[in-house]
Design a protein around this ligand. Structure first.
Ligand code: F6P
Length: 404
């Protein structure tokens, strides 16, 4: 059998999703029996340099000592990657910012025995960047700083990289990826790149491992059969939240994504409390369908007072748009945006939890599990069970589970 060998070098400013993509890509290749390994400069720096190197000045391009240390680390990883491919390895992934042309030229001249594919991760969404920075400063190396100091320092580090950033264009082989939307923005290939189809396909695929999709517990409006609004959980709803907390306390849930509504946050709150380290991130993208002029009405009242609304929605529930509100079809774009944000902010090995609403959860489920449009508004979304979802390139798994 032909022995295929490839270097991949990640490119991108800090907190752009490089390591997440590198890790998932490696897992996906390994699953296909490709021997892949990651060589991460940040990890090597943290392991080998005793003094604290998390301060922003260390990354300043005018700090010759910092530059020399970082170049030495980059070189060590290049040597290790080369050794790996000269042994039985197939794909060596260099995970670092590799933001300057100089650095990339050094990579190309040093690693000239096999083709190199540069993968650049681009994402300039400020909201996502802020949330990613919060995740980064959780690292032990920032432990001695206050939250504000750590954020400021990390932003300064990003600026240092920005000051030496040079676009990919002279490199022989590269893919520029919008890492939030899994979209290839530009690609250039001069060499034959082994595993290219597999890699490219992976980059544009949405995968999720261990997603727990939960509907909020019973709300006051639920008991009155009223839609929308922002009512609190009932006693029964709070008990459901408590049971969820108990069920999930043995699993590690670092992030819970909710909507901005009280009922989802009140459901998430006891789950968070039962965890050692967990953050709730409310996203407007996961707010329940806006039923416009029907907000806060009961289905019975809508039928009696607005028979045309009732009849038209019944005719085509998926495409129907509430006057001054939304429909399932028009929610799709924002729901997809919310899913992208949640996946982007989670580490590849993390369990992910979303606490949403009936219509929202139908849309989230149908994002991962194919359902005909006309069936989506009828997907079963109970309040005493949750969906467990795992969809990778190699596996698709959906399960409705009881939590008590
Ligand atoms: O009744 C709860 C609820 O979440 C409402 O807020 C929302 O309008 C409705 O479910 C969505 O379900 P359907 O599309 O079946 O009316």
């Amino acid at each position: 059998m032909e022995n295929k060998r490839l270097y991949i070098a990640m490119v991108g400013l800090p907190a752009r999703g490089k390591s997440t993509i590198a890790t998932k890509l490696k897992e996906s290749l390994v699953h296909e029996s490709v021997k892949a390994r990651i060589f991460n400069n940040g990890d090597l720096r943290r392991k080998t340099i005793r003094e604290n190197t998390s301060y922003a000045g260390f990354f300043d391009s005018n700090n010759s000592e910092g530059v020399a240390i970082r170049e030495q680390i980059a070189l060590t990883n290049m040597e290790r990657a080369q050794k790996f491919l000269n042994g039985d390895g197939n794909v060596a992934i260099l995970d670092a910012s590799n933001i300057s042309r100089d650095r990339r030229e050094r990579i190309q001249s040093r690693l000239n025995d096999h083709p190199i594919l540069f993968i650049e991760c681009v994402n300039n969404n400020e909201e996502i960047l802020s949330a990613s920075i919060l995740r980064k400063i959780d690292l032990a190396e920032f432990g001695h700083l206050t939250r504000e100091e750590a954020i400021k320092g990390f932003r300064k580090r990003i600026s240092s990289y920005q000051s030496i950033e040079e676009p990919l264009e002279r490199e022989r082989n590269y893919i520029k990826l919008d890492s939030l939307h899994n979209r290839v923005m530009k690609e250039e290939l001069s060499d034959r790149i082994p595993y290219y189809e597999q890699i490219r396909d992976f980059l544009v695929t949405n995968t999720v491992k261990n997603l727990y999709l939960i509907r909020h517990g019973e709300s006051r409006y639920n008991t009155e059969d009223r839609i929308g609004g922002d009512s609190d959980l009932t006693e029964k709803g709070l008990a459901q939240a408590g049971a969820l907390a108990n069920y999930f306390k043995k699993k590690k849930i670092p992030l819970i994504f909710t909507s901005q509504k009280k009922r989802t946050q009140q459901t998430a709150s006891p789950i968070k409390e039962a965890q050692e380290d967990c953050t709730i991130i409310p996203l407007a993208e996961f707010d329940e369908i806006n039923s416009g002029i029907c907000e806060c009405m009961s289905y019975k009242k809508i039928r009696a007072q607005m028979p045309q609304v009732y009849a038209e929605r019944k005719k085509d529930k998926y495409n129907y748009v509430y006057p001054e509100g939304e429909g399932y079809a028009t929610m799709q774009e924002r729901i997809n945006r919310g899913i992208k944000k949640a996946l982007y902010l989670s580490n590849p090995s993390d369990n992910i939890m979303i606490v949403g609403h009936r219509a929202v959860n139908r849309m989230i489920l149908s994002h991962f599990m194919f359902r005909r449009e006309e069936d989506v508004p009828f997907i079963y979304i109970p309040q005493d069970k949750f969906y467990y979802i795992c969809t990778t390139q190699n596996k698709k798994h959906f399960q409705l589970k009881k939590f008590k």
